[in-house]
Structures are given as C-alpha cells and as structure tokens.
Write a protein that binds this ligand. Structure first.
Ligand code: BG6
Length: 474
C-alpha cells in the first residue's frame, strides 16, 4: 500500500467535506499505513500551521474535527501553495516527495489536469508504481474526454490511472453486483423476456447551491447522467463478468455503454424532458429558483435503449433532478405481466406486475412486490392482492463515506471501482448524441417549481415514483 497522498485542490469544497473526513476515519480505524503522509496543494497562501488552522475551522464533520485522529492527520499533513498552471513550480516544490511511491489525487477542474501532470512527471511523481487519481468531470464531451485521456497516457499507463465516480464507492451500489451475481433467482429473469422496464432515479432536494459557474456549463445531463447514472445502468445491465477483477468488470460495463442506442432528434421529443427549477418550497423551506442566462437543465428524464440480445426493446428510464420533493436514489425493475391470467379478482388489467425496488439512499431497502392471496378472505384463494417482501435495513447501517473505500483502493492499487478510459468515452458518446439531438430538435428547458417532481411532461418517466398529485406512489 502506498503511503504518500498528494492532494491537489486541498482547499476545495470536496476536500473539506469529504476527503479530509474520510482520511480521518481511515486513520482512526487504523486502515492507513504507519508512515502515511499527506501533501496538500492549493492556491491559497498558507504555511503548514496556517493550513492546519484553516482546516480545523472548515472540516464540517464533527466526528472528524474533534477526534484525536483528525489532529493526527493534520500532523501528517504538509501544505504547498502552488499555481497548478505552472508545471515548473509544481516540480520544484514537490520533487522532494518522490522518495516513496505515491498517489496524486487531482480534485481540480479538468483544465488543470494537463499542466499538473506535466509538473508531477517532471518531479518524478508519476514513475511506476506511483498512481494518479482524477475527479470528474473528465471533459465536457467525447472530444475533450479523449484529449484528457491522451494527455494522461502520455505521462503514465492506464493501469495506474484511477478515475473516480464516487457512486461506485457506495456500499449499496456495490450491492447491485452482489444481488445480481449472487442469486440464481434474479439472474434467471434478468432479460427482455421477463423485464418490462427499468427505472433509475436520482432525486436530490439540494439545489445548485454555490456551484453556478460549473453547473451552467454542465447541467444535469453532464453532471449526473454521464457518470453516476450510466454507471448504475451499466451495473444493472452488464453481462456476468468472469471474475471481479478490474478489467473483467470494466470490459462488461463498457460493452453495455457502447450498446446504448444514440438519441436522435426525432426521438428527443418523446424520449427526453429537460427542466429547470424555479422558486418553490422544498421540505417546508422556501427556496429560490436557479437562474442563468444559459439554457441549462437541473432536471432530466431520458428513455434509453440498450441494443443487445439481453435488453432488446426494454426501456431504461433515467431521471435525475435537483430540488425534488425528497431525496431518493432508486433502481426499480418492473417485470412483464403474467402471460395468462387465471383469477377473477382483480381483473387481469388491474393486476399489478411484479416489481423489484432497490433503494440505495438515503435509506437502504430491497422490496419485491408479488401478487398473492394470503390477505384474501377465507375461501378466497382466487382473490389476489399485492404483497410486499420487504428487506428494509432498519435502522440503516452507518456506512463509510464512499471516498474512504475509494482512497483505500487507490492506495492499494485496486482499479475495480474506478472508471476506465474507454468507459468514459463510451458514456460521452451517448451523452453527445443526447445533447446533439436536443440542439437539433430545439428541446426546451421547461420550468418546474422547486419541490415538485420536475415538469409535468415528465410524469410518464416516473411511473413508480409519482402517483396522482406528486406524492410517492405505491
Ligand atoms: C456529484 C454532482 O457528482 O454528485 C452533484 O456533481 C450531486 O451535483 C452529487 O449533488 C450527488 O451525490 P450524492 O452522493 O449526494 O448522491
């Protein structure tokens, strides 16, 4: 396990909210090597002591800030103020850390990846076996992603490049693999013959909140669908890999992403909805709408098709939005109706199809809806009602921050939960087809009030979430 972490973007929001708290927890639980050290790099001028004080004030996670582990982490942390455009300055300041194999973590905007890599390379910090970790976004479209990937590969081999998608570090997301490949029951019906549709919903109550500059250039399609939602889709739809090693899993995910049917301008009208939140009320609090001169969406609903043998004709509805009524990340698999209905009640049109709901956050639950007659009156064995097999994890187990798992894996060199270059590019290829279809078709960004489930035109994309007036459905 490598024991030197160089953290670029150390004064950024991600570092204070997640990365330093994650490292604190790992130190507390003795999961880091004895000589572990952090080299924090940011733009703001601080000396080591000044940075430590600054961090003490900022780190928001109380259980990190107060513990002895946090002070231990600070004592292991050195700080350098550097202009990341300046490769020579990076190299001059950081070459001293090339004495041990390291992991350099770029939590910076993508335009800084290239100069930072040049500086790191010059300093000897990308020599084998040192590694590079990158935060999203990896580009803005396929062309820019390819350019970034080419720049990275000029400095080090793909086997030492770790692209983060923090959803892959979440335990309930990893459980999708466990459920799919640890159970004959599911694998037997996991295909178009038995599955009617798949819904992937990531609803957030949070708004754009202080990230307007970044968000206006990205929107929900690039901020959420390109990475997190397509990764969820790939885990749900992939073929069984031969093993769980990094390339076996990533080969299968890439095949799914490459089989996504490109969106055309003709289908954009029926297969997508874009929305932007206006003023409204979320969880009882009044909030202001997102205003920007650019036509950018904070909500997107898409119907995607995977053109392969297993998924032919099955719609995957992908919906994500900010300022929704409640926070929920769910995958819902709806099965086909029974082929020949035998029962008097309900009539076949009213029978509900079997449905598997995997709720990933904020609570974790797995619920299987079946039809049965247990609740029918005596002698009423032909009267069926929906029954629910409910595996709610109650109370929800306290999970590690996704970054804890990912940092350990990067320090150890396990790439399974990191995204490979060809996956990123396959995802961008499909996203580009959507944004080009929108541009050609002139797909409008429709307003929705904060605290609603998006524009009313999106209701058909949320059959398992919305019933009637916007309340959560059955
Ligand atoms: C980030 C997006 O990648 O994921 C944010 O940039 C979004 O806009 C966040 O809010 C959601 O992550 P989580 O873990 O809160 O579901």
């Amino acid at each position: 396990m490598h024991d030197t972490l160089l953290l670029f973007g150390a004064t950024g929001d991600l570092a204070t909210r997640y990365l330093f708290p994650s490292l604190t927890h790992l130190l507390r639980d003795r999961l880091l090597p004895p000589d572990f050290r952090v080299v924090a790099v940011g733009r703001t001028e601080h000396d080591d002591a000044g940075f430590r004080d600054w961090l003490r004030e900022r780190v928001s996670d109380a259980d990190s800030r107060d513990g002895a582990a946090f002070e231990d982490l600070l004592a292991r942390t050195r700080y350098h103020a550097l202009d990341l455009q300046d490769a020579d300055a990076i190299s001059a300041a950081l070459a001293q850390y090339a004495d041990r194999p390291s992991v350099s973590y770029l939590s910076t905007p993508p335009n800084l990846f290239a100069p930072a890599c040049r500086g790191l390379k010059q300093a000897g910090l990308l020599e084998d076996p040192s590694r590079l970790v990158l935060e999203k976004p990896i580009g803005h479209d396929l062309a820019s992603a390819r350019e970034i990937n080419a720049t990275l590969k000029a400095s080090l081999d793909e086997s030492r490049i770790f692209r983060i998608d923090h959803y892959l570090g979440k335990a309930p997301v990893q459980n999708l693999l466990a459920l799919r490949f640890g159970n004959t029951l599911l694998e037997a019906v996991w295909q178009h013959r038995w599955i009617e549709s798949v819904d992937i919903v990531v609803a957030e109550t949070a708004g754009v909140d202080g990230r307007e500059g970044y968000y206006a250039g990205y929107g929900a399609l690039r901020d959420m669908v390109q990475n997190h939602m397509l990764q969820l889709l790939a885990l749900i739809a992939m073929e069984p890999p031969a093993s769980l090693d990094a390339d076996s899993v990533r080969d299968e995910k890439r095949k799914v992403l490459r089989a996504l049917r490109p969106m055309s301008a003709d289908s954009a009208g029926v297969d997508s909805v874009r929305g932007r939140y206006g003023d409204g009320v979320v969880e009882g609090t009044g909030v202001k709408g997102f205003k920007h001169e650019r036509e950018v969406e904070t909500f997107v609903a898409l119907r995607a098709y995977i053109d392969n043998w297993r998924w032919s004709g099955v719609p995957f509805r992908l919906v994500t939005g900010k300022r929704m009524p409640s926070r929920a990340t769910e995958v819902v698999v709806t099965f086909k109706p029974v082929s020949h209905w035998l029962f008097d009640r309900p009539r076949s049109e009213q029978a509900l199809p079997d449905r598997l709901r995997m709720r990933l956050q904020p609570e974790e639950a797995i619920e299987l809806r079946l039809m049965g007659s247990l609740a029918a009156p005596e002698w009423g064995a032909t009267e069926l009602q929906p029954l629910s097999l409910d595996l709610a994890m109650s109370p929800t187990p306290k999970r590690r921050i996704a970054y804890e798992r990912l940092m350990i894996d990067a320090l150890k060199g396990d790439q399974t939960l990191f995204v490979r270059d060809d996956e990123v590019e396959a995802a961008w290829r499909w996203i580009d087809s959507v944004s080009e279809a929108w541009a050609t078709a002139g797909t409008p960004v429709e307003d929705y009030p904060a605290g609603s489930w998006g524009p009313s035109t999106a209701a058909s994309f949320l059959p398992n979430v919305i019933s009637g007036n916007g309340k959560r459905g059955a």
